[in-house]
Design a protein around this ligand. Sequence first.
Ligand SMILES: Cc1cc2nc3c(=O)[nH]c(=O)nc-3n(C[C@H](O)[C@H](O)[C@H](O)COP(=O)(O)OP(=O)(O)OC[C@H]3O[C@@H](n4cnc5c(N)ncnc54)[C@H](O)[C@@H]3O)c2cc1C
Length: 434
Amino acid sequence: MAGLAAAHELATAGVEIVVLEGSDRLGGKLRLGEVGGLTLDLGAESILARRPEGLDLIHAVGLDDMVVHPETVTASIWTHGALRAMPPTVMGIPADPAALAASGIAEMPDPRILPAPGRDISVAEFVTERLGRDVLDRLVEPLLGGVYAGHTDQLSLRATTPQIAALGEDLLTAAAENRAAATATGPVFAGLVGGVGQLPAAVAATPGIQVRLDATVRAVRRTSEGWRVSVGPTTDVQIVDVDAVVIAAPAPASARLLAEEAPDAAFALAAIDYASMAIVTFVLDDAVVPEGSGFLVPPVDGTFIKAATVSSSKWGWIGESGRTVIRTSVGRAGETTLLQHDDADLAARALADLRAAFGSLPDPTDLVVQRWGGGLPQYDVGHLDRIETVERSVAGVPGLEVCGAAYRGVGIPAVIASGRAAARRLLDAGTIDS
Ligand SMILES: Cc1cc2nc3c(=O)[nH]c(=O)nc-3n(C[C@H](O)[C@H](O)[C@H](O)COP(=O)(O)OP(=O)(O)OC[C@H]3O[C@@H](n4cnc5c(N)ncnc54)[C@H](O)[C@@H]3O)c2cc1C
């Protein structure tokens, strides 16, 4: 999506673009697939609407009419043996003490007022020192696990939860005030009727963008006129000569491609770890499920799944099918053993957790296990320093840009912003003619 956003920005400025995609389909972590006769998102499924970039791109490619918002945003935490309504929080920091107490999710913390740390620290260190372990384990950890599939004792406060850092010294008071301000604006998330997985193809249809699939880039080298890109299997390498290059691959592939021309960037990118995960989507007939959009699970509770979304309750266009669609996610950074089960076993374990949380459920009519090896980059402590190194190194090489989820935000609007910014820098530098 980052690469396509860059391509869109450049193509609309009149630049001819070739998108070289290594796999046999466009979209990366945006992917549609069929489950029980329904076409559904098997990767990313919602777009943060509080940032403009996702909806801007949807508008630019003419998908405005398809934009929808969730029918329900009431989520639960499955802990202490029950589904418990999630109290209002700012990224897990309780914003309503009475609602937290009523939820039974975590002990009401005895807060400590501490100054902001002078350096980047982990989310766990920051929250535990101020609000104790229970709030971290049962609110912050599941929320961040949902976004980054990571562990708060490694995730960088500055890079992953600047909104928590910005609450200042008195976290609980600031969270209560911040939440009141936040609820005043419109819907937080948006989707597309038919799935957000339609966006990549719509962007790729922009005039001026040419797409080549099964075109793995092996090397990019500067020449006296511009750039030479080597594409395809080593036994049959094809050369593409271009004026400039935007590398929009995940960090490990980008590191390999940058090794010759921007070695400092390559070195910094190679240090970024990725979490692998799987999304198991179930379609059930005649199922009865609790109200709400689904639930998150605190990892301390040791369940197999880390979250479940009742897609048929969340999205009206799925609910209209009359089927019950539930997607569960499995796996966080470092938990590779969880994913070593075969598909049938993985789905059976996920279904067992769903039944434990929801009560009885009929056998699924159909299910699909979608694995996402290297799904989400981990913004560990010090991440933003690493990214500054990458940006400095790449900025020293004319006609070269990088973008994507490895840098400054993993969500769809953030990666679109990253792609657009990379394109703008190329245009502003005047290295390409439009
Ligand atoms: C399971 C899952 C669910 C998610 N859900 C949401 C959600 O609901 N909302 C949200 O905002 N975000 C979500 N995210 C995060 C978000 O979808 C991703 O961070 C984002 O889409 C990544 O976009 P990208 O362009 O940076 O990278 P990618 O999507 O990883 O795309 C990179 C592309 O580069 C290609 N490539 C790699 N190497 C080469 C090479 N050498 N040559 C050519 N091509 C190459 C890959 O094949 C791929 O197509 C989710 C992520 C996952 C894994």
